[in-house]
Design a protein around this ligand. Structure first.
Ligand code: EPU
Length: 302
């Protein structure tokens, strides 16, 4: 979708929003898949309510993009614009055991920055690509930990009230790859409380997690991490592997040879290819195990 009305373009500039016309979303997602649309880069949180009013009153649908690492975007010209926060400088401010982190901050950088300041707890998430806001929205977790355990406050733009609000940790529910945030709430920043730990001990934990991840996941390839959530008490990856589906392909969309719950873009896969592969694998799992797999990857299909 293109914004061409000069009045809207001028108002965007007033709101400190940078308009990038016809951005290729394939370049902004870890899967390397996605069509084109206008990208609106937000430099000032305070202007967000006015920005959303501007878009709504001009009937311009929108979606919020974080780091694009858990996302499958449709092909072609997309029927909505995309909003993304510009990462401020500095993006992390420490205060004792609290880390105030901008939602646009890179998750890996946040973990290592805190580690260098003797704050640990999030070692398991090292190697998970994306932003802190994205990790927060879906309660990213790995190796027995989840980010929600450390959240004390979240600043967000709430779709229900159309205002910027601060929620305390106890007002938010964090479950397995799920939170109580509404789909169109926009994460802006978070206050984490992290346990004190010596840098060398955190580093040891980071090394162990990195090693486990390297040996079991296709890190060098374009993917969105795990495609499906694990059903209660089971591993989607093991179920797909046991069906002999590693290597199954639709075009260049392919079930990873290394971890069967990672679907990789082995070349020039389209969203259509990837969605067909997802549908094929879930149908086979349903037939054999009677289990309906739920997507972990977020799908923005036109
Ligand atoms: N397994 C297989 N074949 C495979 C993949 C896994 O037999 O192709 C077996 C493994 O050998 C192991 C079991 O299945 O015995 C579980 O595998 P793994 O330890 O890799 O964990 P997972 O349940 O597949 C989850 C998360 C990952 C996270 C890892 C490590 C989900 C959907 N996946 O994977 O998160 O990195 O544990 O904690 O919850 C993600 O969220 O995108 C993600 C990749």
């Amino acid at each position: 979708m293109r914004i061409s009305d000069p009045k809207i373009v001028a108002r965007l500039a007033e709101l400190h929003v940078e308009l990038q016309p016809g951005a290729a979303l394939a370049g902004l997602t870890s899967l390397g898949i996605g069509g084109t649309t206008d990208l609106l880069r937000i430099k000032n949180h305070e202007g967000i309510p006015d920005l959303l009013n501007l878009l709504d009153s001009n009937h311009i649908p929108h979606k919020f993009l974080g780091g694009g690492s858990n996302l499958l975007v449709g092909d072609g010209e997309l029927p909505w614009v995309v909003l993304q926060l510009v990462c401020p400088e500095p993006d992390i401010v420490l205060e004792g055991n609290f880390a105030h982190v901008d939602a646009a901050a890179d998750l890996g950088r946040t973990i290592t920055f805190c580690a260098k300041n003797d704050l640990g707890g999030m070692e398991g998430l090292i190697g998970v690509p994306g932003t802190v806001g994205g990790a927060l929205r879906m309660n990213a977790g790995a190796y027995g930990m989840q980010i929600g355990s450390y959240v004390r406050e979240v600043k967000l733009h709430r779709a229900a009230t159309r205002k910027i609000e601060i929620l305390r940790g106890h007002q938010i529910s964090f479950e397995y790859r799920h939170t109580s945030f509404a789909p169109d709430d926009m994460m802006l920043s978070v206050k984490l409380e992290l346990p004190s730990k010596l840098f060398k001990d955190i580093l040891q934990g980071i090394r162990i997690c990195n090693e486990k991840r390297r040996s079991s996941q296709p890190l060098g390839q374009k993917s969105a991490g795990c495609i499906f959530k694990n059903p209660p008490g089971a591993s989607a990856g093991r179920m797909i592997d046991d069906l002999g589906l590693k290597g199954l392909s639709v075009g260049d969309a392919r079930v990873s040879d290394r971890h069967a719950n990672f679907f990789v873009n082995a070349g020039r896969a389209s969203a259509r290819d990837m969605l067909a592969l997802i549908a094929d694998v879930s149908e086979r799992v349903q037939k054999t195990y009677g289990v309906e797999l739920e997507n972990e990857v977020v799908v923005w299909n036109a």
